[in-house]
Design a protein around this ligand. Structure first.
Ligand code: ATP
Length: 513
C-alpha cells in the first residue's frame, strides 16, 4: 500500500480506537497539537518505561531528572537558542502559505531520488539486472535525475554551511519548486524565524519578564550538572536522563504527530573526559540502534543518517531514521556536543561547572554525548510498523480481512483481554476473578459483549497480545484458552497457571538483554 493509502488509515485508526485525538476538537482543533487518548497514553507510557529501564535502571552510571519547563531566560541566551534557534521560512505570495525553505528543498531532493530509483528499476527489469549488479548501481548513480539531485544536494549543503538565505531561495527558484498547495512559484525572500514560544512570568506590568517554554529538555540537565555531581556520588563518565515536554513554534507542522508544536523528548546527556568523545559517540550510537531493534522495529526500516550541517555546538552528529510511510525521517539524534553547553553556562552564570578528575589530578569541563529521541516519533514509528491488514479465518471456515496492530507485547496498551464466551453459566464471574488476579501486574480489559469473533477482532485492532476465553470446558476443568494475537493460535491452559504463563511472555529481560 502506498503512502496516500496507508497513512490516512493509520491516522483514522488512532482516532477511532482511542489512541490519539486532535487537541480541543470541539473547538475545531488547534494546529499541530494532539491529545493522547485512553490507549495512546498507555502505549506512550510503555515506551517511556522501556527507555527509562534501558537508560537509568540498567546503567549504574545514569541517573534520572525531571527539571522544570520554565527556566531562567539567560539559559536560552547561553545555549544559543535566542540567537540561533531559527528555521529559514519562505512565503508563497499567491497561496499565502508559509514553508520551511530547507524542507521544500529536501522534499524536492526526495522526489528526484524516487524518480531516479523508479527509472533504474524499470531499466533493470528490461535488462534483467539485479540490484547488486554493477550496471544497476551505475545507472542509479548516473541517470539524469540522480545527477540533478547530486548537483542540487551539493549546492544545498553549501548554502546551509554558509547560512546563505538568498542562496536557498535561488535553489527553489532555479529548480522551479512550486508551492505544494497552489502550484504557484511566486516566492518571498527567505527569512529566519525563531522557534521558541515566549510567555510572561509574574503579574504586574513592570515586575514581569519574558520567559520561554523550553524547546528541548537538554538545558535542564546542563544547569543541574553540578547539583547531580555533588549529590549522586557519580564519577565521570556518567549520564543524566530526562523525559519531558518541549515546545517549538514549528512553521509547518504536518504529518500528524511527527512534527508538533508541543511534544515529548527522551534525552540523555553523558558527561565524559575530553578526548574520549569518539569512542563514546560510537558506543551510544550502537546502543540506541539496539534499543529500537529490541522494541521490534525491523532493521530494514532503520538507518543512520549523518548531518549535512553540524549545529553550532556539535563536533559529530548522526540521526537514527525510521522509514515512515512518508519516507526515511529522523526519529533520534545522537550528538557529540563537546564542552560547548557547560562552557557557555559557566560564562553566563559565573558559576564553575567543572569536574575534578582524581586520577588526572586536575579540573576540566566535561565533554558531552547526547542521545535525544522524540517520544511521539517513536510512538508513530511503532504504530506505522505495527498496523497491518491481513486475511484471517472466520469461525465458519471462511476468510475475512482483519486489521491488527502487531505491537511488541510489552508496548501494547492492554496485555490481556478477558472474554467469557457467553454472559451466563457463571462464566462472567470466573472472568472477573481472572481479571482480579492479573490486574496488579498487567493492564487488562474485560469484555462480555458481542460474538467472540468480533471481540477478537477488536482486540487485534488495538494490539492486545493475549485473549483469555472462558468457555463451557472451563466450568468442568478450570481451564481457559489463551489466544495469541499474531498467530491466532489458541492454547488451553489451567487458570492456576495463567499468571505464570503471562509473566513468562511479558518479561522485560527477554526484550532488553
Ligand atoms: P527536525 O529536523 O525534524 O526538526 P531536530 O533535528 O530539530 O528535528 P532535535 O532538536 O535533534 O530535532 O530533537 C531531538 C528529537 O526530538 C528529534 O529526533 C525528534 O524525534 C524530536 N522532535 C523534534 N522536533 C519535534 C517536533 N516538532 N515534533 C515531534 N518531535 C520532535
Amino acid at each position: 500500500m502506498n503512502y496516500d493509502e496507508i497513512f490516512p488509515k493509520i491516522v483514522s485508526h488512532c482516532k477511532e480506537y482511542g489512541f490519539i485525538f486532535p487537541s480541543s476538537e470541539i473547538y475545531d482543533g488547534l494546529g499541530a497539537t494532539y491529545d493522547y487518548a485512553q490507549l495512546g497514553v498507555e502505549l506512550k507510557n510503555n515506551i517511556k518505561t522501556a527507555w527509562w529501564k534501558t537508560m537509568v535502571q540498567m546503567n549504574e552510571n545514569v541517573v534520572g531528572l525531571d527539571s522544570a519547563i520554565l527556566m531562567h531566560p539567560t539559559v536560552w541566551k547561553a545555549s544559543g537558542h535566542v540567537d540561533a534557534f531559527n528555521d529559514p521560512m519562505i512565503d508563497n505570495k499567491d497561496s499565502k502559505k508559509r514553508y520551511r525553505a530547507d524542507v521544500l528543498i529536501e522534499e524536492y531532493l526526495d522526489k528526484l531520488n524516487a524518480k531516479s530509483l523508479k527509472e533504474t528499476e524499470k531499466r533493470a527489469k528490461k535488462e534483467g539486472w539485479e540490484a547488486d549488479n554493477e550496471n544497476y548501481q551505475g545507472f542509479l548513480k548516473n541517470n539524469r535525475d540522480a545527477k540533478k539531485a547530486q548537483a542540487v544536494y551539493e549546492k544545498f549543503v553549501k548554502v546551509l554551511e554558509d547560512n546563505d538565505l538568498e542562496g536557498m531561495r535561488d535553489i527553489i527558484v532555479e529548480n522551479e519548486i512550486a508551492c505544494p498547495e497552489s502550484g504557484s512559484r511566486n516566492w518571498s525572500d527567505v527569512r529566519q524565524f525563531n522557534l521558541m514560544f515566549k510567555t510572561q512570568l509574574g503579574a504586574t506590568a513592570d515586575g514581569s519578564f519574558d520567559v520561554y517554554l523550553r524547546p528541548e529538555t537538554a538545558q535542564g540537565i546542563f544547569v543541574n550538572f553540578s547539583n547531580v555531581l555533588k549529590t549522586s556520588r557519580q564519577k565521570i563518565p556518567f549520564g543524566i536522563a530526562q523525559i519531558g515536554k518541549a515546545f517549538r513554534n514549528e512553521i509547518i507542522a504536518r504529518q500528524f504527530i511527527f512534527r508538533m508544536r508541543e511534544f515529548e523528548q527522551m534525552e540523555m546527556q553523558y558527561f565524559i573526559k575530553p578526548g574520549t568523545q569518539k569512542e563514546w559517540f560510537a558506543h551510544w550510537k550502537a546502543a540506541r540502534m539496539r534499543f529500537h531493534l529490541a522494541l521490534g522495529l525491523p532493521q530494514e526500516k532503520l538507518q543512520y543518517h549523518e548531518h549535512e550541517k553540524l549545529a553550532h555546538y556539535a563536533d559529530a552528529a548522526e540521526d537514527i531514521q525510521f522509514r515512515f510511510p512518508f519516507g526515511f525521517k529522523e526519529m533520534e539524534g545522537i550528538h557529540s556536543r563537546t564542552d560547548f553547553d557547560l562552557n557557555k553556562h559557566q560564562e553566563f552564570s559565573g558559576k564553575k561547572l567543572q569536574y575534578f578528575d582524581v586520577e588526572e589530578n586536575k579540573n576540566y569541563v566535561p565533554y558531552v554525548i547526547e542521545t535525544s529521541v522524540g517520544l511521539d516519533r517513536t510512538f508513530l514509528a511503532h504504530l506505522c510498523n505495527a498496523y497491518q491488514e491481513e486475511m484471517a479465518p472466520t469461525a465458519d471456515g471462511g476468510q475475512e480481512e482483519r486489521v491488527v496492530l502487531k505491537l511488541h507485547p510489552l508496548l501494547a496498551p492492554y496485555k490481556v483481554a478477558i472474554l467469557p464466551l457467553v454472559k451466563k453459566e457463571g462464566m462472567p464471574e470466573i472472568g472477573r476473578q481472572i481479571f482480579d488476579e492479573l490486574k496488579y501486574d498487567y493492564l487488562c480489559t474485560y469484555d462480555e459483549k458481542d460474538a467472540i469473533g468480533r471481540r477478537y477482532r477488536r482486540q487485534d485492532c488495538i494490539g492486545t497480545p493475549f485473549c483469555v476465553t472462558i468457555d463451557t470446558q472451563t466450568l468442568e476443568d478450570n481451564t481457559v484458552t489463551i489466544r495469541d494475537r499474531d498467530t491466532m493460535k489458541q492454547e488451553r491452559v489451567a487458570i492456576s497457571d495463567l499468571r505464570a504463563i503471562v509473566a513468562a511472555k511479558l518479561d522485560w529481560r527477554n526484550m532488553l538483554s
